[in-house]
Design a protein around this ligand. Structure first.
Ligand code: NAP
Ligand code: MG
Length: 483
């Protein structure tokens, strides 16, 4: 095992005062991948002070020049893509091919926002009175605190820091304690790309409550970008109220996946399997959580779905052909299993999987056999809560109106999917689903160019798209009296 991994503050690689460390564990075999320096209050102070000091100069750079650095970061990330992906698989567990795709996608945010920085235009507003002029401009908000989860160790980081840096903000990032190594590698790339000291800082810690509170309520932090669970988000929102801090939240989801009888059968089947199981083993906020199949095709669809699930290859992420890796930790695995057991107790039928995997190569890791549950009802916890794992509850429905009502009957509103060949229905359903991302005959998720975020308790604000950079700005109206 290597030395202690240092955090990146003010352009330097530093150790936390007192020398505390925490371990990063490989979820495929519980081996210790790295020991990482464990930040606390003094490190928050150091990082925030650095971000504050660096803000003025960075924000005054021409957008095109900030963009140049971001494009260099993108280029270096692409050059080092496989090394980054290796870290992702080591600390997160997802299959190496999937990790490479994640890194490839994640670096695209630097390119998109480097360009968007140049298009952050204002407005000249026609004056209602002679002798006055009005203009409106966007200005960078100031030092930002970013807090990210472990499920996409690269994308969750770049989707926040790229727009923040492009807008002219500086950032203190606190990555998830399970996956700090990818974030540190991105910081190294930013350093190599010539990003000035203090503009981007990475504070590693596993004392997330303590450090979180200190960082997120620091008076010099102007904005919080948080991705994680709705519960933690609510706590942050309450704490942020004291200073009316700007907030962007990407929180939990409970995505319905609706298969209408007129769907392209194979496309719907492939989409359902992919959106349920093939994104971090189901540990993604936009994963299908409830699969609604129209009754008239259930006899055909359900056996085909079960068959496809039984053929999925569960394996450690570096094993060629692996499609589903381990879950992130024992707590997550136990939670998924508890939801499956609860559903069975309430009358659902478990038709495949739904148990811990042991024996080689699974024995030491957090592997779970992909589960399919039939006869699930909307009131079961597995349908109401975010599963965050490889278990697929199947529900049936009769009519379009009914399924829309049931799909919307949740406090979440992040992503929804449906398959139909009827174009009038496609428009109707897309418009009625109360979700920030709707996949109509599509299960590929989002892209850099469109805004991403949730309705209701799934979030606040948007990441990506043009909206993504505006989130890191304040809007100023200038009134000029010429008389
Ligand atoms: P989490 O427990 O909420 O943690 C997210 C981040 O917050 C981590 O960095 C965590 O640090 C930190 N944190 C935990 N408690 C904190 C506190 N009291 N104060 C400040 N920070 C705190 O979420 P998770 O379990 O890592 O991730 C899964 C959740 O994230 C799911 O609900 C998922 O839907 C959501 N998610 C949403 C999106 C989206 O775009 N909407 C994307 C990905 C994930 P530690 O790692 O040290 O605990
Ligand atoms: Mg957590």
């Amino acid at each position: 095992m290597a030395d202690v991994e240092r955090m990146y503050v003010n352009g330097e690689w530093v150790l936390a005062q007192g020398g505390a460390t925490f371990d990063v564990v490989n979820p495929a075999d519980r081996s210790v991948v790295a020991r990482v320096t464990n930040g606390a209050v003094p490190e928050v102070e150091r990082a925030v002070t650095a971000a504050h000091a660096a803000f003025r100069e960075w924000s005054l750079l021409a957008p095109k020049d900030r963009g140049r650095v971001l494009l260099k970061i993108q280029e270096l990330m692409e050059e080092r893509r496989d090394d980054l992906a290796r870290l992702v698989t080591l600390e997160n567990g997802k299959p190496f091919d999937e990790a490479k795709k994640e890194v490839q996608f994640s670096l695209g945010y630097f390119g998109w926002f480097a360009e968007e920085a140049r298009r952050l235009t204002g407005e000249w507003i026609p004056s209602p009175q002679p002798g006055k002029r009005y203009w409106v401009l966007h200005q960078p908000i100031g030092p930002v605190a970013a807090v990210t989860p472990w499920n996409f160790p690269a994308t969750m980081v770049t989707r926040k820091i790229a727009p923040a840096l492009a807008a002219g903000c500086t950032v203190v990032l606190k990555p998830a304690s399970a996956t700090p190594l990818t974030a540190l590698a991105i910081a190294k790339i930013a350093q190599d790309a010539g990003l000035p000291p203090g503009v981007f800082n990475v504070l590693t810690t596993n004392r997330s409550g303590l450090v979180g509170t200190e960082l997120l309520t620091h008076p010099l932090i102007r904005k919080i970008g948080f991705t994680g669970s709705t519960g933690v988000g609510k706590g942050i929102m309450a704490a942020a109220a004291r200073q009316i801090k700007r907030l962007s939240f990407e929180l939990g989801g409970n995505a319905p996946f609706i298969v209408f009888e007129d769907a392209d059968f194979q496309a719907a089947l492939d989409g359902a399997v992919a959106m349920k199981f093939l994104r971090v083993a189901g540990q993604s906020c936009i994963c299908a959580n409830r699969i609604y199949v129209q009754r008239s095709i259930a006899d055909r669809f359900v056996p085909a779905f079960i068959d496809a699930v039984t053929r999925l290859r569960v394996a450690p992420g570096f094993k060629p052909g692996a499609q589903i890796g381990p879950l992130i930790n024992e707590e997550t695995r136990a939670k998924v299993h508890a939801l499956v057991e609860d559903a069975v107790k309430r009358g659902a039928r478990l038709v495949t999987g739904g148990h811990y995997l042991d024996g080689e190569p699974y024995a030491k890791g957090f592997f779970y056999a992909p589960a399919v549950l039939l006869d699930v009802t909307d009131d079961m916890a597995i349908a109401r809560e975010e599963i965050f794992g490889p278990a697929a509850p199947i529900l049936t429905f009769e009519t379009e109106e009914e399924v829309i009502r049931r799909a919307n009957a949740t406090k979440f509103g992040l992503a929804a999917y449906f398959y139909t060949r009827d174009m009038t229905r496609l428009i109707r359903v897309a418009e009625q689903l109360e979700y920030g991302l709707v996949g109509a005959n599509d299960a590929a998720g989002y892209t850099h160019e469109i805004p991403f975020g949730g309705f209701k308790e799934s979030g606040l604000g948007r990441e990506g798209g043009h909206e993504g950079i505006e989130e890191y700005t304040e809007v100023k109206s200038v009134v000029v009296n010429l008389s």
